[in-house]
Design a protein around this ligand. Structure first.
Ligand SMILES: *[C@@H]1O[C@H](CO)[C@@H](O)[C@H](O)[C@H]1NC(C)=O
Ligand SMILES: *[C@@H]1O[C@H](CO)[C@@H](O)[C@H](O)[C@H]1NC(C)=O
Length: 362
């Protein structure tokens, strides 16, 4: 058998070669065409493409990386400092932005209720990626800023002062001390203080009406607009001289215990006299012997008599400070801190959690 190719074999070989060349050319053209298709441009947020790997795996991957949270607005339109979440909560840091061009790729959108509740058009209107989560946040109760129906079936997580929120963001909380501490009561020279920024003789709220009755029986020093002036930096030193502070909430809602208790009373060292949700609800948040509830008395007059009696009995008055040997109160830190809380909840939520809040007002 000869190794020399025959003439017929040469022609067949050439045909094969030509075929291969054609293949190469077609592939090259195809490749060039494919390359010319829109490519990922880092300056343009990519549109969402469904994950090819199992959903759970892709979520794990996403959440272990740094989360990007779009703050839909600055709260009340006011720019606030952003915190480093590793420093304040010891969690992987989060990236916050108010730049809405991040909307398509943000892991979550945080919507501050007040800034959108009057107009559905103020909410994000473009379709969102199915893994992006919307967090609804309101530090205020619904009687102040109502929750409209257009907010139903929209949000995935709620954040508020309510304990049944997905992300619990109270105005203050208690922390255990490492061991029993000696309690010092700030020196007292005055009796009852009240700071009011929003003076409305609102008889639905009832707090002004209660005060009007109470002041007939005990001296109450009122600070705030239209009353005694009180610059912010004088708040705590001024209130610390008072034995009692009227921590009257502007409206009564479950778990709505504001900075009036945590800052104005606890932080200054005055005993809070509370008007708000029922005593039982307060006791879920603060020790039963750390406050005086207006509901404990049949009338403002009886409350006044009780405060006068406490004023005369140092031992009994001091009993309202007993809890401080074990615990300290911490009050609301900053907006940036709350944002970090939202980020922590998003980082820690179950990998495959899908949920929508059907009826937000509920
Ligand atoms: C002061 O209050 C305590 C209870 O806390 C009571 O035992 C004591 O008798 C009171 N003292 C006076 C002088 O009323
Ligand atoms: C968030 O809520 C929206 C609106 O109901 C829903 O379509 C989406 O699946 C939810 N996403 C997650 C991650 O829960």
């Amino acid at each position: 058998c000869s190794m020399e190719p025959t003439k017929g074999q040469i022609t067949a070989g050439r045909k094969l070669l030509a075929f291969f060349l054609l293949q190469v050319m077609v592939s090259a053209i195809l490749l060039t065409y494919l390359r010319s298709l829109p490519e990922a441009d880092p300056s343009v947020p990519p549109t969402y493409t469904p994950p090819k790997e199992p959903l759970e795996g892709s979520l794990v991957k996403r959440r272990s990386s740094r989360l990007t949270i779009l703050l839909w607005t600055w709260p009340y339109g006011i720019r606030v400092p952003i915190e480093n979440c590793f420093e304040v909560l010891g969690i992987p840091d989060c990236q916050f932005t108010v730049d809405r061009s991040w909307y398509p790729k943000a892991d979550a959108v945080l919507v501050h209720h007040y800034d959108v509740y009057l107009d559905a058009q103020k909410l994000p209107l473009d379709p969102r990626s199915p893994i992006q989560r919307w967090v609804w946040y309101s530090p205020e109760p619904p009687s102040k800023h109502p929750v409209p129906a257009f907010m139903d079936n929209l949000f995935n997580l709620t954040m508020s002062y309510r304990r049944d929120s997905d992300i619990y963001a109270p105005y203050g909380w208690l922390e255990m001390l490492p061991g029993p501490q000696e309690v010092t009561i700030p020196p007292k020279s005055k009796l009852v203080a009240w700071v009011v920024s929003n003076w409305k003789p609102d008889y639905v709220q009832g707090r002004v009406r209660y005060y009007e009755e109470l002041r007939k029986h005990i001296q109450v020093d009122v600070y705030g607009r239209g009353h005694r002036p009180l610059p912010g930096n004088q708040l705590l030193p001024t209130l610390s001289h008072y034995k009692f502070y009227l921590a009257f909430e502007n409206s009564q809602h479950e778990d709505y215990i504001s900075e009036k208790v945590w800052r104005n009373a606890f932080h200054s060292g005055a005993v809070p006299v509370v008007l708000g949700p029922p005593r039982k609800n307060y006791e879920s948040h603060i020790p039963p012997d750390s406050f005086i509830h207006v509901d404990d008395f049949l009338s403002p007059q009886e409350l006044a008599a009780f405060l006068h009696a406490l004023d005369k009995n140092a031992t009994r008055y001091a009993s309202y400070f007993r809890w401080r040997s074990q615990m300290k109160s911490v009050h609301y830190k900053s907006w940036g801190y709350q944002f970090c809380k939202a980020c922590r909840a998003l980082q820690q939520s179950p990998k495959t959690m899908y949920q929508t809040v059907p009826q937000l007002s509920k």
